[in-house]
Design a protein around this ligand. Structure first.
Ligand SMILES: *Cc1c(COP(=O)(O)O)cnc(C)c1O
Length: 385
């Protein structure tokens, strides 16, 4: 049975994005490919081998179950790193498979030590430092205890990294806060070194920080949204264009999420489109229905706002996005027919849809909509688009 939509992933687009990223961070900074949220909806199983082909060999996920999915998908000797949730019962699996993980509380540190002792293997840890995001991470007061514990149990740990995460590097509104975080981080790392804790890799930057704060790049950057060909924010894009010779978007969308026109019909003046009264027809219209709605990940907030591509032209979503349907205004386009390809995210012809690139929608919607794309949508990898 055919699904109502499908996803194509472009190997060439990914290569373009990685090449661009490499040109920004230089040859000596390791790139960790962030593939949490099912690789931002691209699909871990399909995306991870693509990323390996593009030269990446380090993958970051949020949780142990995602690490397991990446572990199943890797073909090479790539390293996997868990940045967030691990049930204490899963620590043994992680340690036994040389999966690296963040440590941000004494409980995980103690359980890691115990698991490492049982397995007679070292836990490969990254010390997460609290520098101002106020989410997870050891704060200054805890570091004495952490240091003492590590020095006592040195044979149980390989301290691979030390890291932190910024409180909104994608917006200049947070400039002082981020700058302060970088300073705090460097100070704490020196403090650790003076006490004999010498992590191999310092890493703090997400996509936005890697672009806008060169000092945040350090030894490794954790890149999510950018590798998929989307900008963390308009500001980050503008920051990048400062260095660009031409003013063209250097990124290419890896994903192409597409469906087909299910039906076309004419609607008379004075009628409303779809549920409720959010869209009044003021002159005779032609509409096309597309069999994708909010249950398939097309955000309801795109009602009367979204854009799709058909025949290489842009068309507006009108009325409310339904559970399984959306409606598009194709007035004055007699050539559009049932069965025509509809691109919901990605490129068609010379145009491209990044969800948040129109209207007042925030780029956060890109993160949200991509990561909500259902796992059951068929995904295929193509060499080029
Ligand atoms: C998601 C995440 C990243 C990547 O963020 P992007 O903005 O997608 O580059 C980096 N670090 C941590 C800790 C994250 O949770």
């Amino acid at each position: 049975m055919l699904a109502t939509s499908e996803i194509e992933l472009s190997q060439q687009a990914l290569a373009t994005n990685i090449k661009y990223l490499r040109s920004i961070v230089g040859p000596n900074v390791r790139i960790s490919s962030v593939v949490k949220g099912n690789a931002y909806g691209h699909g871990i199983a399909q995306f991870v081998p693509m990323a390996e082909r593009a030269g990446l060999d380090h993958f970051s996920v949020f949780s142990a179950d995602e690490a397991f999915a990446v572990w199943q998908a890797v073909t090479g000797k790539s390293q996997i790193m868990i940045m967030g949730y691990i049930d204490n019962d899963d620590l043994e699996w992680a340690i036994d498979h040389e999966i690296e993980f963040f440590v941000f509380d004494m409980d995980r540190l103690i359980h890691s030590r115990d698991s490492a002792v049982r397995l007679k293997r070292k836990a490969r840890i990254h010390l997460e430092l609290e520098t101002g995001l106020n989410r997870t991470g050891f704060d200054a007061l805890q570091l004495e205890q952490v240091t003492a514990f590590l020095l006592e149990n040195m044979d149980c740990f390989e301290i691979v990294g030390v890291c932190t995460h910024y409180a909104g590097a994608e917006s200049v509104a947070n400039y002082l806060r981020v700058k302060h975080q970088i300073k705090t981080f460097n100070k704490r790392v020196s403090w650790l070194k003076e006490r004999g804790i010498t992590p191999q890799v310092r890493h703090t930057a997400c996509s936005a920080a890697a672009i806008s704060y060169p000092h945040s790049r350090m030894d490794m950057v954790r890149i999510g949204i950018l590798q998929y060909g989307f900008w963390p924010s308009k500001e980050t894009f503008i920051d990048c264009m400062k260095y660009a010779a031409n003013r063209e978007d250097p990124l290419k969308r890896v994903i192409k999420w597409m469906s087909k026109v299910m039906d076309v019909k004419e609607v008379d003046t004075g009628e409303f489109i779809g549920y409720g009264t959010t869209f009044l027809v003021t002159e005779p219209m032609k509409i096309a229905t597309v069999p994708v709605g909010y249950s398939q990940g097309y955000a309801r907030s795109l009602s009367n706002q979204g854009r799709v591509l058909i025949h290489g032209d842009r068309f507006g979503v009108i009325g409310m996005v339904n559970m399984n349907l959306l409606i598009v205004d194709v007035t004055d386009h007699p050539e559009i027919q049932k069965g025509d390809e509809v691109v919901l995210i990605g490129d068609q012809g010379t145009l491209s849809i990044s969800v948040a690139s129109f209207s007042e929608l925030s780029n956060q919607l890109n993160y949200e909509m991509l990561s909500r794309l259902p796992g059951y949508i068929p995904r295929t990898v193509v060499k080029q688009t």
